[in-house]
Write a protein that binds this ligand. Structure first.
Ligand code: ADP
Length: 260
């Protein structure tokens, strides 16, 4: 990957991390966390040193998607020690609050919590730190992408018009802060019923994200089909790239990991 966007954020922050990759989406529920988790684990499977931060303070998904519900320790330097699973160092607001407790902070507190997550955590040396951003392109997201020294961003969208409209804003947001967009990945691209392996149903529309990528002049990073197994893996804390390397979604995530 390339070097970090120049002049962006605090250059001392995360200086032992080679690549800081943001995974973003305009809309919620399009599979941003699913992509973040499987991308992180796929990178770790190549032998890279990988961390994953859930910056979605209001709706953290990482604890469930990894089935980890512990509290991180504090080391002698008074830094948080990330939890670790499938070779990925993990940090989420979900580790710090009770499962049924809601975080009711205003935007500036969220941005400073995220910054603290990054600066007050003992990440050690990492090849990749994946940032699962909160959905949208509001103040919180803008503050995060401005204050964190990002290397690049991946945008997740479904082929649906409402998702694409927001994905376009996502691409524009990174442009504004000079962070290169690695490309757009199309999630929920189609559904193939297991008993009709030659069929493809384009439930959310066809090629929407592919066309958007072309229009915006950013690379298309592939398509992830709708798969029951992928959803089940997310809910049970067993990422598909660990559970079944032959699944089509698994292959798409592995290919994505080769492009970051
Ligand atoms: P976001 O982070 O964008 O809010 P999530 O990754 O949490 O979205 O995904 C929302 C829900 O959809 C989760 O339950 C997840 O397991 C499921 N999901 C995401 N992508 C797929 C897919 N390609 N096939 C099946 N289920 C999916």
């Amino acid at each position: 990957t390339k070097s970090r966007a120049e002049g962006q954020g605090d250059q001392n922050l995360l200086k032992d991390v080679k690549n800081v990759i943001a995974v973003a989406s305009g809309k919620g529920g399009v599979g941003k966390s699913t992509v973040s988790v499987n991308l992180a684990v796929a990178l770790a499977q190549t032998g890279a040193k990988v961390g994953l931060v859930d910056t979605d303070i209001y709706g953290p998904s990482i604890p469930t998607m990894f089935d980890i519900h512990e509290r991180p320790n504090i080391n002698t330097q008074r830094k948080l020690v990330p939890l670790e699973k499938y070779g990925v160092k993990l940090l989420s607001m979900g580790f710090l609050v009770k499962q049924d407790e809601a975080v009711v902070w205003r935007g500036p507190m969220v941005s400073s919590a995220v910054k603290q997550f990054l600066s007050e955590t003992d990440w050690g040396e990492l090849d990749y730190l994946i940032l699962d951003l909160p959905p949208g392109t509001g103040d919180i997201q803008l503050t995060i992408v401005q204050s964190v020294p990002l290397t690049a961003a991946v945008i997740v969208s479904t082929p649906q018009t409402v998702a694409l409209d927001d994905a376009r804003k996502g691409v524009a947001m990174f442009g504004k802060v000079n962070v290169p967009v690695l490309g757009i990945i199309e999630n929920m691209a189609y559904f193939t019923p297991p008993d009709l392996p030659d069929k493809k149903y384009h439930i959310f529309g066809k090629d929407g994200a592919k066309n958007l990528a072309e229009k915006m002049g950013v690379p298309f990073l592939g398509e992830v089909p709708i798969e029951q197994q992928l959803r089940e893996g997310g809910d049970s804390g067993k990422p598909i790239v660990v559970e079944d390397s032959t699944a089509l979604s698994s292959k798409a995530f592995t290919e994505l990991s080769q492009r970051v």
